[in-house]
Design a protein around this ligand. Structure first.
Ligand code: AP5
Ligand code: MG
Ligand code: ZN
Length: 225
């Protein structure tokens, strides 16, 4: 994307803000790879790896998976060749420890974060979004029963796969995920604000409106006005 170094974007926002929905729509348009720590954990769980089973015990409670394993998993993923042009990070970093590890890794490659868009959405809206979310078992595409329904009920538009509800999208776990976000992840807004990297986007708008606002902000950050 950028002529001098690969582009790195960090999407920040509470659970349900639309990080995954937007990253999936923008990755092709921007020529960047979406790297979602949550998706990586779920892939590991599907393959019954040791990491997946460890992560499950935290995910089911809505708690964060320990930094050490999370950082290693994301760093390994970012070294793969499909990330050469740059990455949209979705759900990582989530702690200050993860944010400094990411900075150190990028600095060692002569790179840096270009922009950290923050998606803001009210708690009521987040709860409605998460409890109505459905995900494709096969390709991971995300839908919402009311706000973004598939053409055929419970069937993925993209691949025909079966849609399911994430086990951590129950009301009780969603409440704890929000609590964990405000306590452990929201300090990252200050961390990136101090570096001049934040841009605040009203994530409560329609999916296409949010997409355009993100695109405008990202293109300005990467190529100037
Ligand atoms: P993760 O999978 O990252 O979950 P999350 O941050 O809780 O975020 P979500 O995926 O729930 O929300 P999203 O912002 O991607 O929203 P989406 O686009 O799907 O993490 C899961 C767990 O893994 C964590 O709890 C933790 O245990 C662990 N984990 C992950 N990363 C970690 C890390 N770095 N460190 C430690 N632990 C980690 O949209 C939500 C719904 O809303 C969808 O139904 C969608 O269709 C709908 N929607 C989206 N946009 C709109 C809109 N504009 N209007 C109406 N509806 C919309
Ligand atoms: Mg997500
Ligand atoms: Zn699918």
């Amino acid at each position: 994307m950028s002529s001098t170094h690969p582009a790195y974007l960090v999407f920040i926002g509470p659970p349900g803000a639309g990080k995954g929905t937007q990253a999936a729509m923008l990755e092709k348009k921007l020529g960047l790879k979406q790297v979602s720590s949550g998706d990586l954990f779920r892939e590991n769980l599907k393959n019954q790896t040791e990491l997946g089973l460890l992560a499950k015990s935290y995910i089911d409670r809505g708690e964060l998976v320990p930094d050490e394993v999370t950082i290693r998993m994301v760093q390994d993923r970012m070294q793969r060749p499909d990330c050469d042009q740059g990455v949209i990070l979705d759900g990582f970093p989530r702690t200050l420890e993860q944010a400094s590890a990411l900075d150190a890794m990028l600095a060692s490659q002569g790179s840096k974060i270009d922009l950290a868009p923050v998606l803001t959405v009210s708690d009521d809206e987040l709860i409605a979004r998460l409890t109505g979310r459905r995900v494709c078992r096969n390709c991971g595409a995300t839908y919402h029963m009311i706000f973004n329904p598939p053409r055929v009920e419970d069937v993925c538009d993209a691949c025909g796969g079966e849609l399911y509800q994430r086990s951590d999208d129950s009301l009780e776990t969603v409440r704890n995920r929000l609590y964990v976000y405000y306590k452990q992840t929201s300090p990252l807004i200050g961390y990136y604000y101090a570096k001049g990297l934040t841009t605040f986007i009203d994530g409560g708008q329609a999916i296409d409106v949010v997409k355009q606002a993100l695109l405008d902000a990202i293109q300005t950050a990467l190529h100037g006005k």
